[in-house]
Write a protein that binds this ligand. Structure first.
Ligand code: APR
Length: 168
């Protein structure tokens, strides 16, 4: 599997699966979650609501991942995952690693070969982007998967530089 980096808007990407930095409610939010729902259209939310009405009645737990349609996005699926909120008192690195591992596991179940990731937890959830980049790249590298390309799509220069540092 190769790791590529793109500086841009993940909702403009063409990939088999686009990963969403969601929250446990799966009912949308700001940041990349808001952009994906806005651009992807109502079908994504409809499937998220169906998931909440069935297997995820209490919401999607942090570190887990689930797929829906990608709606109008240039992708077949959106893989929603819930990143941990950064904490100074508690090391939640394993949960952030789990987001990447679980998203790849779901991608494998779907047969997705190209998967675009945002910098999970580095916005509203305040994870320092340097550390998040290290965890993301190390986890993806260490995960056995049939995915052929993992593309990190970074929305600003600091995030791009942080990922470039680790993906070399
Ligand atoms: N494309 C790519 N990356 C984006 C985009 C976009 N369109 N919009 C924002 N980002 C980047 C942010 O700059 C940040 O680096 O995604 C990263 C993750 O930021 P958030 O979207 O805030 O996600 P996160 O920190 O995981 O917090 C999740 O925020 O949006 C809400 O509903 C979401 O409650 C959840 C929380």
């Amino acid at each position: 599997m190769k790791i590529t980096l793109v500086r841009g808007d993940i909702t403009e990407q063409h990939a088999d699966a686009i990963v969403n930095a969601a929250n446990s409610s799966l009912l949308g939010g700001g940041g990349v979650d808001g952009a994906i729902h806005r651009k992807g259209g109502p079908d994504i939310l409809a499937e998220c609501r169906a998931l909440r009405a069935s297997s995820y009645g209490r919401g999607l737990p942090t570190g887990q991942a689930v797929a829906t349609t990608a709606g109008r996005l240039n992708a077949r699926w959106v893989i929603h995952t819930v990143g941990p909120v950064h904490s100074r008192d508690e090391d939640r690195s394993e949960l952030l690693a789990s987001c990447h591992r679980e998203a790849l596991r779901v991608a494998d179940e779907l047969g997705a070969r190209t998967v675009a990731f945002p910098a999970i937890s580095t916005g509203v959830y305040r994870w320092p982007v340097e550390d998040a980049a290290r965890i993301a790249v190390e986890t993806v590298r260490a995960t056995k998967t049939s995915v052929e390309e993992v593309r990190f799509v970074l929305f600003d220069d600091p995030a791009y530089e942080a990922f470039a540092e680790h993906a070399r």
